[in-house]
Design a protein around this ligand. Structure first.
Ligand code: HEC
Length: 117
């Protein structure tokens, strides 16, 4: 664990294009983990590898119709917009979350999601 966190600054220097701070994003993610905990039976789908994945496309999760039909690929910009205001990006989604009020929290949590492959 220590070695992993020691390595993080290196990763950040190597990818200066990422606006968010994944370390801080991991803290923000605690608000998501109750539903997105990667456990069978969780209320929400696993978000491991979500960047680059088609919306509503995991076979092990029963999505709402609107999410299944969303028809786009999650990139970082889409994810930031979704976590700020889920229903603005996917009207009718049944994700029971009002969105993160703080833009920095959204950037950071998406940086954390992008780091989880
Ligand atoms: C109270 C439970 C809950 C919380 C809290 C929650 N989610 Fe969700 N999330 C869901 C559910 C349920 C869905 C499926 C929505 C649908 O099918 O319309 C979902 C879907 C998603 C998706 C789409 C995944 C895919 O495979 O297409 C993303 C991305 C996502 N959530 C991110 C987040 C993030 C980031 C947070 C924290 C900021 C968060 N969620 C907080 C329940 C939750």
């Amino acid at each position: 664990m220590r070695a992993f966190f020691g390595f993080l600054p290196l990763v950040l220097t190597a990818y200066p294009a990422l606006a968010g701070d994944p370390g801080r994003g991991q803290e923000v993610f605690k608000a998501c983990a109750a539903c997105h905990g990667d456990k069978p039976g969780d209320l929400g789908p696993s978000l491991i590898g979500v960047v680059g994945r088609a919306a509503g496309s995991r076979d092990d999760f029963r999505y709402s119709g609107p999410m299944e039909r969303a028809g786009f690929i999650w990139d970082e910009a889409k994810l930031v917009a979704f976590v700020r205001d889920p229903r603005a990006v996917v009207p009718g989604t049944r994700m029971p979350f009002d969105g993160l009020a703080d833009a920095r929290d959204a950037d950071d949590v998406v940086a954390w999601l992008a780091s989880r492959k």
